[in-house]
Design a protein around this ligand. Sequence first.
Ligand SMILES: [Zn+2]
Ligand SMILES: [Zn+2]
Length: 362
Amino acid sequence: MAEDFENMPMGSDTYQCQNCGAALKYKPGTTSLHCDYCGADTPIDAKVVDEVQELDFEQYVQQQEELNTKATKVISCRKCGAESTFDESLKSVECPYCATPLIESDAYEERLIQPSYLLPFKVSDNEIYTHMSTWLSKRWFAPNKLKSKALQSNKRQGVYIPCWTYDARTETDYAGQRGDNYTITVGTGKNRHTETRTRWSYADGHISLFFDDVMVPASKIITTRVMTEISNWDTMSMVEADNRFLSGFITEKYVINMQTGFASAKSKMESDIQYAIRQDIGGDKQRIDSAKTAFSDIKFKLILLPVYMSAYTYNNKLYHFFVNGRTGRVTGDRPYSVIKITLSVIAGLIALALFIWFINNN
Ligand SMILES: [Zn+2]
Ligand SMILES: [Zn+2]
């Protein structure tokens, strides 16, 4: 255990400036650590990913503890329960989800699967400001007070979001029916018309598919909907997980375990298989009576994706902004200003009244 504490994984390492001894932070968009005190940059010799290594699902299920896991210091939020890790370079840290201050003494140790790869933050804090104000300026109905609150930089945090990816080979035997449409003319006289009917015939076959990197977010603080709204992720630019990239950022602990994540991945794969079966059956309509799928060669890995987020309360309600740390794409919850909406409704009614008056008097 002592050894584990010496080399604390997932953002718990602290890197010191060789000039002045201050804690270094990863500088987004670079491969350097930056010192906020003396301005010195220390390069990170990031490993280039030649061939992505995946972990074996079956092997992990059988020997859970040993495979790529490490004792990790986790802090859980007293208010919302979100769990994360961070290092000494972040002095006072607030929960990225509910903005409650995190308390160091709440930390505990847990054995966790380590991330294999990550996408480092690319967009800088200044650029985030630009992206967020552009996004907010398009939300005319948002109250002005909220806009200024949302843009406060001290409310913004860079969070690495955990995400599982799964590979699998599938072999499916199916049986079903193929429907071919034809038209017939029915009725007599005025009621004479054509109707579409379907002729059904038996169909069966075999589908082989290979799934590569089916993504399942393992976050508590970011929903799958938000992850989709701020995608895409340039996963081709991933680097090998290196704690130096996490320095100065929060890393969220995965809350969906690897097996549960696979169940979600499986249902995504199954809907692709259904689609492939329908293509294979052909015709105008298809019915699938039975489909048996064997999954093999299941591989997985844990990756970290960079998201800037801000959580703030407005009129006693919690609101969030999320920004893709690679592309600057923004999404968020937004309250609507009642005054602004009322004014615009009144303006609309006046315009309508004028329009009616104009029509009637010309
Ligand atoms: Zn320094
Ligand atoms: Zn919280």
